[in-house]
Design a protein around this ligand. Structure first.
Ligand SMILES: *Cc1c(COP(=O)(O)O)cnc(C)c1O
Length: 416
């Protein structure tokens, strides 16, 4: 009996395997090699992909614990912080966003939320799901957050305990002045929640110098790691607020008090959830690469390639959607010329050139393309490849442009 009982699951498995073999057996999935120049994920380097394929070990293996400590140190380096509570949340950027809100917002709180694109809208959703009130500060899509409006919002809402904003708005390609906004929060006795999903590793971000309190990012933008991990960091003030909570955090998985037991300090690690072991090998490798290059050099590389791309696009008669001062070098919003079919240009780039660029979002849907030059994808070869493919596709749609002008201008800009 016992034998039959034990054997039956195997028999069922075997039978289903045969059935699958005869009827629905699918093949392994081999994706094409694309060039990823959209809003993320960005190109992942072979070094990072190689790290991903190393042998899986246990998530409580002493060697893995050593790796976790290294990752924490590397994240402190890229965030430019000494915050002890710095770790990678085992889920995408949206989970990092949610981790900041559910831990810092309590029911009945008032939170000032800045919106100048898609992601500010998601912050509002998060606040409301924490049973708190979101006071919205709206700016045009493609414009930075206006610090004056934020000051006004604090004046009208002196009880506001948090300010939330997006440093690098990926939906529009716009940077906001995070340093000034964090300072306004402090002056008003509030903590700041800062979305740095697209800024981390691409433009200057100084968590400690700017006094940012809860900061989240993503693995797949300027870190050029695989998607699915969200680095976060909390200031001592934010940790204090978390520890003084009277309401339980509504999310068990994202409750930092519990996560700290696994990722936290010197005491022994307690099981919370199974860390995505191989993904963390990949994150570690991508952070090591960034450290080898140096943050400043990485920022300069992003700026240089961005300037070359813009020079090329403008020489082709295209116009940028964001004013120069607030442009993100890692996410370039270009206005789609009159009479050009947005979707067919993007699908031709993808199908004929294996090149992915992004569509406009929300208020800018159908009006812009978003060309990413993020992390490993921010290189000269990609700038030239993109300009040349775009020229070919636009010419095919009857858009008149001087042959080779884009590449020429980019080349000159790079030589300058
Ligand atoms: C991509 C992005 C997110 C969401 O990250 P996911 O990894 O897709 O969940 C949040 N904020 C900004 C600014 C982003 O660009």
């Amino acid at each position: 009996m016992r034998l039959a009982y034990a054997a039956s699951p195997n028999l069922i498995l075997f039978a289903s395997f045969i059935a699958q073999d005869l009827t629905t057996m699918t093949n392994s999935f081999f994706p094409p090699i694309r060039t990823l120049m959209g809003p993320g994920p960005s190109d992942v380097s072979p070094r990072v992909l190689g790290a991903l394929g190393r042998p899986t070990i246990g998530h409580l293996d002493p060697l893995f614990v050593t790796l976790m400590d290294e990752i924490k140190g590397l994240l402190q380096y890229v965030f430019q912080t000494e915050n002890a509570l710095t770790l990678p949340v085992s889920a995408p950027g949206s989970a990092g966003m949610e981790a900041c809100f559910v831990n810092l917002v309590s029911p009945g709180d008032t939170v000032i939320v800045c919106q100048n694109g898609v992601f500010g809208g998601r912050m509002k959703e998060n606040v409301e799901r924490c049973a708190a009130t979101a006071i919205m500060v709206q700016d045009e899509w493609g414009q930075p957050v206006d610090p004056e409006k934020v000051r006004e919002a604090f004046k009208s809402n002196p009880k506001a305990s948090l300010l939330a904003f997006v440093h690098a708005e990926t939906s529009t390609g716009t940077r906001s002045d995070a340093e000034t906004l964090c300072a306004i929060a402090r002056e008003n006795g509030a903590l700041s929640i800062v979305d740095t999903v697209t800024s981390l590793g691409g433009i200057e971000l100084k968590v400690d110098d700017w006094g940012a309190d809860a900061v989240y990012s993503g693995s797949q933008k300027c870190l050029s790691c695989v998607p699915g991990i969200s680095p976060v960091t909390f200031s001592p003030r934010a940790v204090e607020r978390i520890q003084n909570r009277t309401h339980k955090v509504q999310s068990w998985f994202l409750d930092m008090q519990l996560v700290m037991g696994y990722w936290g300090g010197d005491s022994k690690r307690a099981y919370h959830h199974t860390a995505p072991v191989n993904d963390l090998y990949a994150l570690h490798e991508s952070l090591v690469m960034l450290q080898e290059e140096g943050l400043e050099s990485a920022f300069q590389r992003h700026r240089r390639n961005h300037e070359a791309l813009v020079a090329g696009l403008e020489a082709m008669g295209l116009a940028m959607a964001v004013s120069p001062e607030w442009r993100l070098p890692q996410l370039n919003s270009v206005l789609i010329p009159e009479g050009i079919d947005d979707a067919s240009v993007r699908s031709s780039l993808l199908n004929d050139f294996n090149l992915e660029i992004g569509a406009g979002l929300g208020a800018l849907a159908g009006r812009t393309w978003r060309i990413g030059l993020m992390g490993y994808a921010s290189n000269t070869a990609n700038v030239i490849a993109c300009l040349s493919a775009l020229e070919a596709v636009l010419a095919g749609q009857g858009y008149s442009l001087p042959t080779g002008a884009g590449i020429d201008a980019a080349r000159q800009q790079l030589a300058a």
